[in-house]
Structures are given as structure tokens and as C-alpha cells.
Design a protein. Structure first.
Length: 96
């Protein structure tokens, strides 16, 4: 079985996002942007959890926040690669 690669799956998802969402994600993925990545990741996770109650936000923010944290936490990469592969198969046309 071929394991999904975390960075490839994140690239695929980022290419699907609209520009207003893809540009900040690209900036946060730069190697020196830990100071931006960590707070943004935790903020997305928190907003996603609150999104269960407030429909303007949404649970979709939780995997994206975890993906940002996984850039600095290798232990999260393998499970997040599987989650991102699943998401990409569902929403990204060329990933299927």
C-alpha cells in the first residue's frame, strides 16, 4: 500500500484553495515562519471547534490547523497525510 506524503497532500489541497486562502497558507509554510505557523494553527483549531456552534466558522479549520502544526511536529505528519489524502479525494477533482 502506498502511503500518502504529507507535503504532497498539503500542496494538492493548497492548489485547490482560492487565492485569498492559499497565499497566507503558502506564507505560513515557509521554513522560517514558525512564529506565524504555531499561533495560526492553534487559532484555526480553536475556531474550528467553536465552528460546531457557529456555522460561519467551520470544522474544516481543525484539519488545516493540525496540518500547520504538523509542519513542525513530525509525529503528526503520517496521520495528517492520511486525513489530507481523504479530504483531497473528496473535494479536489485531480486528486481522485
Amino acid at each position: 500500500m502506498n502511503r500518502p506524503d504529507f507535503h504532497e497532500e498539503l500542496d494538492r489541497l493548497q492548489n485547490w484553495l482560492p487565492g485569498w486562502a492559499a497565499r497566507p497558507l503558502q506564507s505560513a509554510r515557509r521554513p522560517g515562519a514558525f512564529w506565524l505557523r504555531a499561533p495560526l494553527g492553534f487559532a484555526l483549531i480553536g475556531a474550528g471547534i467553536v465552528g460546531v456552534v457557529l456555522p460561519i466558522l467551520g470544522f474544516w479549520m481543525v484539519p488545516l490547523g493540525l496540518a500547520l502544526l504538523a509542519l513542525d511536529m513530525p509525529v503528526l505528519r503520517r496521520p495528517l497525510a492520511r486525513v489530507l489524502a481523504f479530504i483531497n479525494k473528496k473535494i479536489v477533482p485531480e486528486a481522485g
